[in-house]
Design a protein around this ligand. Structure first.
Ligand code: SAM
Length: 161
């Protein structure tokens, strides 16, 4: 498999799972996008979930100009500072869907990031809420349902609280 094949497979899994999750989630609850990046997945989520509140977390926003969230929905700063404040504001159990795509090419740094982020995401998910993520997380109160979604093992991850 070439690197191009690998990127295409990862992005296809990402899109398919976001489509699946947007059909699956409860009608109540916030949607969180962790890592705006170029704004591709944010654009996809807002198109699939019209009228839904989508909060986006990003430390240095530099997305395509068409894909910048409204000011009140863009939470700028390091997620380890902004996410706890967000939980204080909206309360634990307020999120129906969290999409986390904030990793880099550094596998060890990614593992540490997921380890630190896991408890913050876990407390935000409502019962039945979903985490869709680019890597494995450690969420004791959630079930890893990746295999039930049809995604190839290890390509993208889904957890349900
Ligand atoms: N899903 C996006 C898309 O489709 O365009 C790509 C996201 S990109 C892979 C990851 C983003 O997460 C980067 O823009 C980076 O700045 C952001 N990020 C990484 N660590 C962060 C942190 N600790 N706090 C806030 N943002 C972070």
């Amino acid at each position: 498999m070439t690197r191009l094949d690998s990127v295409i497979r990862r992005l296809t899994a990402q899109r398919d799972l976001l489509d699946w999750a947007t059909r699956e989630i409860s009608a109540q609850g916030l949607v969180l996008e962790l890592g705006l990046g170029n704004g591709r997945t944010y654009d996809h989520l807002r198109e699939r979930l019209p009228g839904r509140e989508i909060y986006v977390f990003e430390r240095s926003p530099a997305a395509h100009p068409d894909c910048i969230p409204p000011d009140e929905y863009l939470i700028v700063g390091d997620i380890f500072e902004t996410l706890p404040l967000f939980t204080e504001r909206f309360g634990a159990g307020s999120a129906a869907l969290v999409h986390a795509d904030i990793g880099t090419g550094d596998a060890q740094a990614n593992r540490e990031l997921a380890q630190r982020l896991s408890p913050l995401i876990e407390s935000l998910l409502q019962p039945g809420g979903l985490l869709v993520a680019d890597r494995a997380f450690d969420l004791p109160s959630c079930a890893d349902i990746s295999a039930q979604t049809g995604v190839s093992e290890g390509r993208y991850f889904v957890y349900r609280r």
